[in-house]
Design a binder for this molecule. Structure first.
Ligand code: HEM
Length: 128
């Protein structure tokens, strides 16, 4: 049974463009991860400042293996580098790239994140 892992990023209004720019430059490594099935970046249309980084995996183990992989590290290295660099070194960036630094300049695009986990019980696509 496939699993859906959504990284819920809280993105202040003024950082939306920066977050989308970073994703538009993303490493594109997740596509080669074993068991990876789907990725979408969902922008909120109204009433919330939370973006959804939607990923679907063949199994929980495949997701976990990816989060512990070089591909995850490198897929987030840019975020860390940008969060750290633009924070002029005052940020409290974490090694795996999800700095929630309090630096100057751009720094991290998200002010918070949490993971939502779901099992795919039923799914369908358009009629062939
Ligand atoms: C503190 C937590 C996290 C933050 C702040 C965060 C932020 C980001 C940012 C800014 C990027 C864009 C690329 C870059 O700048 O390097 C990125 C890439 C990505 N993130 Fe995260 N992320 C976090 C954790 C996660 C988790 C737990 C997942 C899975 C549910 C996830 C899924 C992805 C995917 C699929 C990509 C694209 C990687 C690629 O292209 O290979 N992220 N993340």
């Amino acid at each position: 049974m496939s699993v859906v892992k959504i990284n819920v990023l809280t993105v202040p209004e003024e950082m939306r463009e920066e977050l989308e720019r970073r994703f538009s430059n993303r490493a594109g490594m997740v596509e080669s991860a074993d068991g990876f099935e789907w990725f979408e970046l969902l922008r909120p249309m109204e009433g919330t400042d939370r973006y959804m980084v939607y990923t679907r995996w063949r199994s929980e183990e495949d997701f976990t293996r990816w989060t512990e992989s070089q591909s995850f590290q490198r897929g987030h290295a840019q975020a860390a580098a940008e969060a750290g660099a633009q924070g002029h070194g005052h940020g409290h960036g974490q090694a795996q790239g999800h700095g929630h630094g309090h630096g100057h300049g751009q720094g991290p695009a998200a002010s918070g994140s949490e993971i939502w986990s779901f099992e795919v019980v039923q799914s369908t696509g358009p009629k062939a």
